[in-house]
Design a protein around this ligand. Sequence first.
Ligand code: MN
Length: 292
Amino acid sequence: MGHSERYIEDVKQWFGEFKKQFKHVNNKELQTKISSFAEFLDSRDKERISTDLLALHEQVKKLYDTGVRFAEEVGGTELYQEIRRVGIGQHTLPPLPYDYDALEPYISEEIMRLHHDKHHKSYVEGLNKAEKMMEKARDTGDYDLLKHWEREAAFHGSGHYLHTIFWNVMKPKGGGMPGRDLLRQINRDFGSFEVFKRHFSEAANKVEGVGWAILVWSPRAGRLEILQSERHQLLTQWDTIPLLVLDVWEHAYYLQYKNVRADYVKNWWNIVNWDEVDHRYREASKLQWKQY
Ligand code: MN
């Protein structure tokens, strides 16, 4: 497939999603724009007009702007957030961004098929199940199995999110060096690219049992760090941002509450600073990746 055919295919796929997102929205201006865009695409197909990509791109931009304006002004933030949200238990397996054999000889086609189609898929399914079961607990007020489902949500959630990053941080004929800005940061934080590479490789080699080596950006420290993750998680989901945290180590309450942690937890709600949590939410929700 040439570049222009691929672009047109991408546009068609995007338009399909766009229609889906706005299909229940009863706004004349928006619906008119959607049908005229559909006609525009159709007529190209039927009459085999060789598509003027710039013209197509202009149309795409206009429709996109209308959608965004509608979501922000007419529909309000609520609709916008709804559109940008993966529903509970609705995660999907992202497609590999290249062919299964594209990373050969470094990673075989057989591994990629198993790893993506079987392993990653089972993380997606496990995460969906855990989310639905936790929703059920909220609905029924029965939290007896919560520990189990939290564990599952962490394991499968981290599995899903990390693999989604993993496929995309690889490509055929990759390697080489990071871009200018990241390289400058690496030099600042590790001394040199060579030292970074050595540290990252050692971290990967020394993970106890199964897990990951992970280069992270710390918004708090304002620098890069290299971490290991045993298995995927230890009850966290990687690629999420903490908003509200409660310390339940004994040192946080034992002197006062002895072993009655529940009283401490109950009382703690009286001292939550929601301004700060609001602030963290506002900042954190600006960061949005493509959804799966
Ligand atoms: Mn894996």
